[in-house]
Design a protein around this ligand. Structure first.
Ligand code: CUO
Length: 692
């Protein structure tokens, strides 16, 4: 899954393909776990690693049913966590977990788990901490095998995945795509019903899935993005990499600039959605507000495995007080946050003022608004964003009179299906921009890279299209061990683009390493008027960032769309992953593992917005900055951190770019002095080539 952050002008790819074809006939094939070709950081997987990979895949198999792997069941049955407390770095969580289990107080298996429910989440954290604090792999596996059949499957999957992502001894283990672990959260009810029918008849089937709503609902035009499996997976994985409940000091695993990344990743999600709206003749998203009605309703047409349909919301629905969260509270929290922004200081729990006027202030604000456990004052500033998810999720049953299940907004896997998600996040984003707009504009000295000029940027024709993709529904259906598995897939329509290459012609007075930042923005608004740069910057999407070496004189930097540091390729299916691991264990093939493997990343397919059939103009920006000033560590400049660093940061390293995220479009722009010679803009056209 690794993609190089750097050297772009590398022409060795085609050579290595020919080489490997030759070797194919002679050698055991070496394949990379995770789907992509082997890259930087890939090492051969040894048997110990392969065993871990296999056990994790087994633990995540058909999680709604009792574990089918006898060895794991026996391991779990024979294990008594409380008799093994010295095997945990901190035994308190596992002790408490077992106590709740024995008292019958844990969320039962089969019940719906949501991270936004305090009790659900606290129990999940107990399991996560039990897994994180296990001193060695053996203890980890026993704890997981024990929990597999005793803890709610939603809590189990989430805790196990976050633990695997963060334990040192499981680094590099690839998790199955979330839409295969629990497909219910990704496909609609119609598909599930049709799949059951096929399963009962024991007939293989491919079920077509339609997007939510009808053509009479304009929002339906962009449902293909909000409901995209890869985009929803990216969002869910991001929240596993950067959980709001993360206790940095306690876990000893820092999450540097997490508040800023919360702002930036979500800003990118909205800006990208806005470009998609524009491509479909829809205006930019409007922020919602607590005392205003939500114009557009939403009917999710999605069903829980047990527990019924996701609740729907009619048009023009108002926010209601919930039992524990009142509309007025949300208004008060907003006012306090805006006060902090306007005075550029937040009030801390001790009553002190904490300055946020430095470039790091955005991080403090992000922590405050999400909020994370590092909020400077949780009581005073509340939980604006998280409560927003809950307010929307429970809007149709605010008093819990009908015991409706949680709404789509109460799961990160389903949230973007509801157009109100983007409205909530636009409202949050506007707060961040209120703050950013108070910071001084970047000076020419900060923008310029003296001696370095971009002379030209060339790019292949940018073309998009729709294609079909089949999702494996094996895990969606209740069955028994006696009933053989039949192949049942959901066929979804999804956006893709033709791979493209761009090249940047640079003239430099000396050899130097430069960070190349590539952005795409709209040219015209919904009314067809050209957008001034100071407005445009809100809708600009980062599409790549990498480091390249330029020589004294002229250099042409070329880069493929597939190398983008924003995206990841299609995730490997569980089936293929399992086969690869079994083949490697049997010695039939060799596997490589990337210790930096990432699951978070915007789908490569969605790098470009759809554009229009007759070609839609956009603006492409390329910005060069001095890598010596941007770098944060001494790793090689072409180290790839497993790819997808721009929106997803890294696991286990500092965010590998010292500049504020979104630089230089994150602050107000002085149009007359902004375009220094290292900042280049040009028009590009995106043409939609058709549908399936
Ligand atoms: Cu990602 Cu609101 O934080 O969905």
């Amino acid at each position: 899954m690794g993609k190089s952050l750097a050297p772009a002008n590398n022409s060795s790819n085609s050579t290595s393909t020919i080489m490997s074809l030759t070797w194919l006939a002679l050698l055991v094939v070496a394949v990379a776990l995770g789907g992509a070709q082997a890259g930087i950081g890939d090492v051969p997987a040894d048997q110990a690693f392969l065993t871990k990979q296999r056990e994790v895949l087994r633990l995540l198999n058909k999680v709604h049913e009792p574990n089918r792997y006898k060895e794991q069941v026996e391991l779990g049955n024979a294990y008594e966590p409380v008799n093994s407390l010295p095997r945990y770095k901190n035994p308190a969580p596992v002790k408490q977990l077992v106590r709740l289990y024995r008292a019958g107080s844990l969320l039962p298996r089969g019940a719906i788990f949501t991270l936004f429910d305090d009790t659900h989440r606290e129990q999940m954290i107990l399991l996560f901490e039990s897994l994180l604090y296990a001193n060695d792999w053996e203890t980890f596996l026993r704890t997981a095998a024990w929990a597999r059949d005793r803890v709610n499957e939603g809590q189990f999957v989430y805790a196990l995945c976050v633990a695997v992502l963060h334990r040192e001894d499981t680094r590099g283990v690839v998790l199955p795509p979330p839409y295969e672990i629990y497909p219910h959260l990704f496909v609609n009810s119609e598909v599930i019903h049709a799949a059951y029918k096929a399963k009962m008849r024991q007939e293989p089937a491919v079920v077509h899935m339609n997007f939510t709503g009808t053509i009479r609902n304009p929002e339906q035009r962009v449902a293909y993005l909000g409901e995209d499996l890869g985009m929803n997976s990216h969002h869910a994985q991001w929240h596993m990499d950067f959980p709001f409940w993360w206790k940095e000091e306690e876990y000893g695993i820092p999450k540097e600039r997490k508040g800023e990344l919360f702002y930036y990743m979500h800003h990118q999600l909205i800006a990208r959605f806005d470009l998609e709206r524009l491509s479909n003749d829809l205006p930019f998203v409007e922020p919602l507000y607590w005392n205003e009605r939500i114009k557009d309703g939403f009917y999710p047409q999605t069903t829980y495995r047990v527990g019924g349909e996701f609740p729907a919301r009619p048009d023009n629905f108002a926010f209601h007080d919930l039992q524990n969260i009142k509309v007025q509270q949300m208004i008060d929290y907003t006012r306090r946050v805006r006060e902090a922004i306007s005075q550029q200081a937040v009030i801390t729990e001790t009553g002190d003022l904490y300055n946020i006027s430095s470039p790091e202030g955005i991080n403090v604000l992000g922590e405050l608004v999400e909020p994370s456990t590092r909020s400077k004052h949780r009581e005073y500033y509340g939980a604006l964003h998280n409560y927003g998810h809950i307010m929307l999720g429970q809007i149709t049953d605010p008093k819990r009179k009908f015991n409706m299940p949680p709404g789509v907004m109460e799961h990160f896997e389903t949230a973007t299906r509801d157009p109100a998600f983007f409205r909530l996040h636009k409202y949050i984003d506007n707060l961040f921009y209120e703050h950013k707009d108070l910071l001084p504009r970047y000076t020419v000295e900060e923008l310029d890279l003296p001696g370095t000029t971009i002379e030209e940027v060339q790019v292949d024709p940018l073309e998009t299209f729709f294609e079909y993709f089949d999702v494996d529904l094996l895990n969606a259906l209740d069955d028994t061990e006696e009933l053989p598995d039949v192949s049942i897939h959901a066929r979804v329509r999804r956006l893709n683009h033709k791979p493209f290459v761009f090249s940047v012609k640079v003239n430099s007075d000396a050899e130097r390493l430069v960070t190349v930042r590539v952005f795409l923005g709209p040219k015209y608004d919904w009314f067809g008027q050209e957008i001034p740069i100071n407005d445009k910057r809100h809708y600009i999407v980062e599409i790549d960032k990498f480091v390249a070496k330029v020589n004294a004189g002229k250099t042409v930097i070329t880069r493929k769309s597939s190398e983008s540091s924003v995206t990841i390729p299609d995730r490997e299916t569980t089936k293929v992953l399992t086969q690869k691991v079994e083949d490697a264990i049997a010695g039939k093939a060799q596997l490589t593992v990337n210790k930096d493997v990432r699951h978070c990343g915007y789908p490569d397919r969605l790098l470009l917005p759809k554009g229009r059939r007759d070609g839609m103009p956009f603006t492409l920006f390329v910005v060069l900055t001095d890598y010596e000033k941007d770098k944060v560590n001494d790793l090689p400049y072409d180290y790839d951190y497993g790819g997808s660093v721009s929106y997803c940061g890294t696991l286990g390293h500092r965010y590998p770019d010292a500049k504020p995220m979104g630089f230089p479009f994150d602050r107000r722009i002085d149009q007359d002095s902004f375009f220094t010679k290292n900042i280049y803009q040009r028009d590009v056209t995106i043409t939609f080539k058709g549908s399936v």
